[in-house]
Design a protein around this ligand. Structure first.
Ligand SMILES: [Zn+2]
Length: 376
């Protein structure tokens, strides 16, 4: 099967998350790899929930070599009537493949699978690992589950590549992320007598203001590659009725931190903002709760994985504003970069597409990667 056909077949699986439903697509990848009949192949379909599955494949000797990774799930297509072509049809025209997941990142997965096929006759001196995960778009659920159950060993490869859409530019660093919920409590009362209640929305406003000041402080100590840690209020929910003093207000804060900081630093920062507001206003009652976090990534430009990717692609490595599984793999002993077909601008939008020529270049890059790491 040709590369574009394979990518189309993967796009055709409706792996929108929620709910995910990745199992059918994971099984399809399993069958594709099994049909290659590569000697010593170890394939594992990891069904971790009803309808949900990861796929882990190993080829060649146990000496750690290369890990190719990507995710099967896609963000929802939304209103399908807004699409010029049905989002799961995999329409090809004008040198582009259209569909939900065409860029993020089923074409990357297809190019990796075809690269495994293209190199399957070569003599493997180091192992090759291929991982397709579920639930990446909702906090790396699938990959975390794989590591939690030790289905991928620590240091599974000497370097890794995530096929996320980077226009084939190697990405060697990105910020970490942590989302927090700040629950502000007050006391309800009639809106005509505000002095008798404690207005949780007003209290929340004071926190938002303090956050802006903190952001200005953080901007003074940037990371050389990644800029500064930021904390942004992104959602506010509070109040029950127009004439009732609100007794609760919830604030969601999205934070993106540079490697020298981390989730604990940001959490401490938020707590001290509240502690300091409390000294001026004892009626302030707010709790900070971590909802979700993920790691940052920072490989030095001199790292062999970065050097190799730069020499094969012909592009200098860059840094990115978004988080990826590369950070999690790196944390588990597989220094990883992000490098794949498709433009990030195409991810998560209506009429998402990937250039067919770029998909083909990705196949050639992944093939060279396997050859130089596993078949030197
Ligand atoms: Zn992605």
């Amino acid at each position: 099967m040709e590369l574009v056909e394979l990518a189309r077949s993967l796009v055709a699986f409706r792996t929108e998350i929620p709910p995910g439903n990745e199992e059918g697509c994971a099984r399809y990848i399993y069958d594709f790899l099994a049909d290659l009949h590569i000697e010593g192949t170890e394939l594992r379909l990891d069904s971790f929930e009803a309808g949900r599955a990861n796929l882990v494949a190993r080829f060649g000797p146990s000496e750690p070599g290369l890990l190719l990774g990507g995710h099967i799930d896609v963000v929802p297509a939304g209103d399908e009537s807004a699409w010029s072509h049905p989002p799961f049809e995999g329409f090809v025209g004008g040198g582009r493949l259209y569909g939900r997941g065409a860029a993020d990142m089923k074409t990357g997965l297809a190019a990796m699978l075809k690269a495994v096929e293209a190199t399957s006759k070569g003599k493997m001196r180091r192992g090759l690992v291929f991982v397709a995960t579920a639930g990446e778009e909702v906090g790396f659920d699938g990959l975390k589950a794989l590591y939690a159950r030790k289905l991928i060993p620590e240091g599974a490869a000497r370097l890794g590549i995530m096929g996320e859409p980077t226009s084939l530019r190697p990405i060697r660093a990105h910020k970490g992320l942590a989302d927090f919920r700040i629950s502000v409590s007050g006391r309800s009362g009639h809106a005509s007598r505000p002095e008798l209640g404690v207005n949780a929305i007003e209290k929340c406003a004071s926190i938002i203001e303090a956050l802006s000041a903190w952001r200005r402080t953080l901007s003074k100590t940037p990371d050389r590659d990644l800029g500064c840690t930021i904390a942004t209020p992104t959602m506010v929910r509070g109040g029950t009725k127009s004439n009732v003093i609100p007794d609760s207000c919830e604030l969601i804060v999205d934070t993106r931190w540079v490697p020298k900081h981390g989730t604990a630093f940001v959490e401490k920062g938020l707590n001290s903002i509240i502690a300091s507001l409390k000294t001026k206003d004892p009626t302030l009652d707010a709790q900070v709760e971590l909802m979700y976090d993920s790691y940052s990534l920072k490989l030095p430009q001199s790292h062999p994985a970065v050097k190799l990717a730069e020499s094969i692609t012909g592009f200098k490595s860059e840094v990115a504003p978004y988080g990826t599984e590369a950070a999690l793999y790196t944390k588990h002993g597989v220094p990883s970069i992000v490098l794949g077909p498709g433009n990030l601008k195409q991810a998560h939008i209506v009429d998402e597409f990937v250039q067919v020529s770029e998909a083909k270049r990705a196949l050639s890059i992944y093939t060279k990667m396997i050859q130089s790491v596993c078949q030197p």
